[in-house]
Design a protein around this ligand. Structure first.
Ligand SMILES: [Fe+2]
Ligand SMILES: [Fe+2]
Length: 301
């Protein structure tokens, strides 16, 4: 299976994910008939969302995934990412006919337990045996535990505290990004750094903010499913929050495209950057407030 760019301009991964989302988790080709989940992990170096389809085995309430990397010598990026940051968003097809995202916590299986489930997976799908032989490494087995809000515990209160903290961090980072943009606009050319370096610094700072906000919303979308299941009265409010995430996601895609073009070493380009950032974050403060008002009381019981 080639991962080259298709005529559509999408990579192999992107096409599989598109098909997965459009067909309630079913895809053809190499994954035909296989149980598939799509994982989003946080890039350990970039902070950027990493999205990968992979085969799973359902074991009670948890989902097991196998870091085979289709028999390559190295572990897949998603595995390294979850070692750094075990909050993984898992998308899966549902009996309702549409893919849903779920917030999960990843746990790497060890020793006898790992071996037992690896053997089980190889007995279900012999391709994994081939992957193991080709890769020449012990293929990690990872259990994904979906967030369960069935009982309000210290853990659910902690999730509430994390939400508040993430909002505070994102507000602070936005303030820093804005300050960096303003600083660039008033630079009179006497700065010790060459303009190109300054422009690159600004671009990176904006990208970091962009990825941070993307990751925050992806993880929230996953936890919203647990909220919807546990607190049906919140379904309409969560529908609004999800819709607001989609608006920000679309705006962020345009912002990221602009950032990837680079070249913010002229005042008009920086002005454009500032305008685009304002467009991305317009309404964000209201969104944070509404989210806190909606979710925090539920988490506190
Ligand atoms: Fe949100
Ligand atoms: Fe949020």
């Amino acid at each position: 299976m080639s991962e080259e760019q298709a005529d559509s301009g999408l990579s192999w991964n992107e096409r599989v994910i598109q098909e997965f989302r459009a067909n309630n988790g079913r895809v053809g080709g190499m994954f035909e008939g296989a149980p598939i989940v799509v994982l989003t992990t946080m890039g350990r170096r970039t902070g950027r969302p990493h999205v990968n389809p992979t085969i799973y085995y359902k074991d009670g309430d948890r989902y097991l995934v196998f870091a085979s990397n289709a028999g390559r010598e190295k572990h897949p990026d998603w595995y390294h990412n979850l070692l750094e940051s075990p909050q993984v968003t898992m998308e899966i097809g549902t009996p309702e006919g549409a893919v849903r995202p779920f917030a999960t916590r990843a746990q790497v299986l060890e020793g006898e337990e790992r071996d037992r489930y690896w053997e089980l997976q190889c007995s279900i799908d012999a391709t994994f045996r081939d992957y193991e032989a080709k890769a020449g490494r012990t293929i990690p087995v990872v259990a994904l535990h979906p967030l369960n809000l069935g009982v309000i515990t210290d853990r659910s209160r902690m999730i509430g505290a994390q939400l508040t903290k993430h909002h505070a961090d994102l507000r602070a980072e936005l303030a820093r990004v804005r300050a960096a943009i303003d600083e660039t606009l008033t630079t009179d050319g006497t700065t010790a750094l060459p303009a190109a370096d300054l422009a690159e610094q600004l671009r990176r700072r904006c990208l970091t903010y962009c990825y941070g906000l993307q990751m925050h919303h992806i993880r929230e979308d996953g936890s919203f499913s647990a909220f919807e299941d546990r607190f049906p009265h919140l379904v309409p409010a969560i529908g609004r929050l999800r819709a607001e995430h989609k608006v920000v996601e679309d705006a962020l895609a345009g912002f990221e495209e602009l950032l990837n073009k680079g070249g913010f070493d002229k005042p008009d380009e920086v002005e454009r950057l500032r305008a685009e950032l304002d467009r991305v974050v317009s309404g964000l403060e209201d969104h944070f407030r509404y989210e806190e008002e909606t979710l925090l009381p539920a988490l506190e019981g």
